[in-house]
Design a protein around this ligand. Structure first.
Ligand SMILES: Nc1ncnc2c1ncn2[C@@H]1O[C@H](COP(=O)(O)OP(=O)(O)OP(=O)(O)O)[C@@H](O)[C@H]1O
Ligand SMILES: [Mg+2]
Length: 246
């Protein structure tokens, strides 16, 4: 059975969906079929990022309402080879319970090499539901102290739930760190209190790829970082890139 990973953040907009899509794509190039589950009911975004926006008929709510078998609500991305997406309910109130999410994901995990769940921001029912199925968690933080402190709170909650948890720092601007106008990586890690898995720089290619529902160009900074994060995620030892090379 594949591993089930949840991508979380305390603050909205930290980059959870971007990391779900970018890591999902990078993992598909190393470890086969990857299922991305959008658990952000009411504010879904993975369907657009994966290039299936506007073409989907069923979503998580339909699976639990008995309108379709799970397989009918899972769509292969036309542009991210070997990546599949299960869209979130359109309405927040149609989200399933944590127990339902757990049993669905455990069943689906037999058919994919990796399952990644995109969590809504913050805490509450959406967080509890997305986390219920997971074996491990990635907490996404931008390089600011407020976001890092929220990451620390999430880290404690995830630890209580016995999830193996790592930190991803997203939207780092190396030049700003080097000139001292943004906190450095060690400060963020110390505040979050979570072991670092990797760093993704601010990269305009990310916004372009997300907006057009296509993968990042393979040579761009963010794509190289996602590739390294995927290898570390799978257990390889890959050194962090130096800031000036990012
Ligand atoms: N490394 C990056 N470089 C440039 N833009 C980025 C980067 N990461 C994310 N973005 C942009 O930031 C915005 C928010 O990203 P995203 O939707 O992934 O965040 P989120 O945490 O999923 O948000 P929400 O909490 O609303 O679900 C998007 O417009 C995305 O394109
Ligand atoms: Mg999101």
């Amino acid at each position: 059975m594949s591993e089930i990973t949840v991508i979380t953040s305390g603050k909205g907009g930290a980059g959870k969906s971007t990391v779900t899509a970018g890591l999902g794509y990078a993992l598909s190039q190393h470890s086969g079929r990857v299922l991305l589950i959008d658990a952000d009911a009411g504010l879904r975004s993975l369907d657009l990022m994966l290039g299936v926006g506007g073409t989907t008929m069923y979503d998580l709510a339909d699976v639990f309402a008995g309108n379709c078998e799970p397989v009918r609500a899972i769509y292969p991305s036309p542009v991210f080879q070997n990546v599949f997406v299960l869209p979130a309910p359109i309405r927040l109130e149609d989200m399933c319970t944590p127990q339902e999410m757990r049993s669905l994901c455990r069943g689906l995990a037999a058919y994919y090499d990796q399952v990644i769940i995109d969590c809504p921001a913050g805490l509450g029912h959406g967080f509890d539901t997305a986390v219920a199925a997971a074996d491990r968690a990635l907490v996404v933080s931008t390089p600011d102290m407020v976001c890092a402190r929220d990451a620390q709170i999430l880290g404690h909650l995830l630890e209580e739930k016995h999830l193996r948890t790592h930190l991803i720092i997203n939207r780092l601007r190396p030049a700003k760190v080097m000139d001292g106008s943004m906190p450095d990586v060690d400060e963020i890690i110390d505040t979050a209190g979570i072991q670092l898995l990797g760093i993704i720089p601010e990269d305009e290619e990310v916004a372009v790829a997300n907006a057009n529902g296509r993968p990042l160009p393979s040579a761009c900074n963010a794509a190289v970082c996602f590739g390294n994060i995927a290898r570390r995620f799978l257990g390889d030892s890959v050194p962090l890139a130096r800031l000036e090379k990012m």
